[in-house]
Ligand binder design. Structure first.
Ligand code: CTP
Ligand code: 5RP
Length: 434
């Protein structure tokens, strides 16, 4: 994964990536201690995604079978110090949104209807907290506003934004500008250009004392509602509140064009591929293969464990990739057992779990028994994919010739990495050969 390096503040670096990680989990513990006041979220998701050019609004486009909006909701919902998440959608997408909430078990969401512009939608979202009768949406001290189409918001930034909003009344994430901003004449000539180092791109999330931003929206003009693009500006103009600006990471960018969807998918896949658990059993040859494979999977963090059962709980929370090595030909009962266990947990609900069954052949198998294996394996794969488990198979023939064995293990590692990285549903149930 790419980490952001130290640089001059006016030059952005490549996008990095983050889903949930240990740092975030410990931030959540810090968050609970630091945020001892009610915090709620408004996610405007009422746009049509004109620039994306697809029939489906971008917030409902799917990545790994899950709508983009669900990733964004989850980024907030997983934090214990965040209360209600108000999602603002166009009226015609109300039922679609409720289905997403149900399918992905979002528990903090309240859905309200949007308006014809982003500012109108945000105002509708804020209004949900002004009703004194709705106990599901009590008025928060701080409200975070975040575009539904920026799925990679991290907890440490949310904490900074929230605490700064509580202290200063308003806060917002900023990024260095990628291009220089210029003003043009009506004839299409350069009028003047701005000194890039002095300016920043305003991103999301933004945080506000609820009373300030609600008042700003109540006071703002029709022109603001129709053409405005900046909530921080409303807080300044209508409530005199100068927002505290906080440097955000590059992953905050807004999914706007088709290529952004591909980039978001790549970030999610890359993050999901960072670790794997190799289950090797107790048989010497399988353990030997597990260790050799581990060496070849050096760009991934891997653990080798003897048995899925005992260590299941720990590894279920640590990784979404499992490599099961079984020595006995035609026997994938261990894999079956493990895969079935995913069905009883919630582990595969949000992200697909990959299980690679590595079949270590000690002897040459008859063509007939191979066919039986393949059929049974394919049937199992087509069943478990319904539970969001992607099951792949790779056969490797044992050999005592060292160079040949090394080449096979290398190929096994390459295929395994490709399957884990790509998470391609079309390849499940295939028995490949290393
Ligand atoms: N009437 C609107 C318009 C926009 N948004 C939301 O505001 C966020 C940022 O807006 P933008 O990227 O401009 O989204 P769209 O308006 O959908 O895209 P486009 O401008 O390309 O049509 C998105 O989550 C979008 O759904 C909204 O809630 N209500
Ligand atoms: O960055 C933002 C506010 O600071 C907004 O996401 C942005 O201004 C929305 O504009 P548009 O809907 O035209 O993309």
């Amino acid at each position: 994964m790419q980490q952001e390096r130290c640089s001059s503040p006016d030059r952005p670096l490549d996008p990095g990536c983050l889903l949930e990680c240990d740092a975030e989990r410990s931030a959540d513990r810090l968050g609970c201690a630091a945020v001892d006041f009610p915090v709620a979220v408004v996610l405007p998701a009422g746009g049509s995604g004109e620039r994306m050019g697809l029939a489906t609004p971008k917030q409902f486009c799917t990545i790994l079978n899950r709508p983009l909006i669900s990733f964004t909701i989850q980024a907030f919902e997983r934090l214990s110090w965040i209360g209600t998440v108000v999602v603002v959608v166009a009226k015609e997408n109300h039922d679609l949104m409720l289905n997403i909430v149900k399918k992905f078990n979002h528990t903090k969401v309240k859905v309200v209807h949007g308006g014809t512009t982003r500012h109108r939608s945000i105002f509708n979202g804020l209004r949900a907290f002004s009703s004194t009768t709705d106990s599901l949406t009590p008025k928060p001290k701080v409200v975070i506003i975040h575009d539904a189409v920026r799925p990679f918001v991290e907890e440490d930034l949310l904490l900074k934004i929230t605490l700064a909003a509580k202290e200063q009344g308003a806060s917002g994430a900023i990024r260095p500008l990628v291009s220089t901003v210029i003003a043009t004449t009506s004839e299409g000539y350069l009028d003047h250009s701005l000194e890039r180092a002095k300016y920043r791109a305003s991103e999301m999330p933004q945080g506000f004392l609820y009373d300030i931003i609600f008042q700003a929206y109540q006071r703002c003009s029709e022109f603001d509602f129709e053409f405005g693009t900046e909530c921080l500006h409303l807080a300044l103009q209508y409530c005199g509140t100068n927002a505290k600006l906080i440097d955000g990471p590059p992953t905050l960018w807004k999914v706007t064009y088709k290529r952004d969807l591909a980039a978001a998918e790549a970030i999610i896949k890359e993050t999901l591929s960072m670790s794997a658990c190799i289950i090797a059993g107790a048989e010497a040859e399988a353990v030997e293969l597990a260790k050799a494979l581990q060496k070849n999977l050096n760009m991934m963090e891997t653990d080798v464990i003897p048995c899925a059962k005992e260590s299941n709980t720990e590894y279920l929370s640590k990784t979404r990739n499992f490599i099961h090595i079984s020595r006995t030909a035609s026997n994938f009962l261990g894999t079956l057992d493990m895969v079935k266990r995913f069905e009883h947990t919630d582990h595969a609900r949000l992200y697909p779990v990959v299980v690679v069954w590595v079949q270590l052949n000690m002897t040459n198998k008859s063509v007939d028994s191979q066919k039986t294996d393949e059929l049974a394996f394919r049937t199992l794969a087509s069943e478990v994919i319904l539970g969001n488990v992607l099951l792949y198979g790779i056969q490797i023939d044992h050999t005592k010739v060292p160079e040949q064995w090394e080449r096979s293990v290398e190929r096994l590692a390459q295929i395994t990495v490709a399957l884990i990285r790509d998470r391609n549903a079309a390849l499940t149930g295939q028995l490949l050969h290393a």
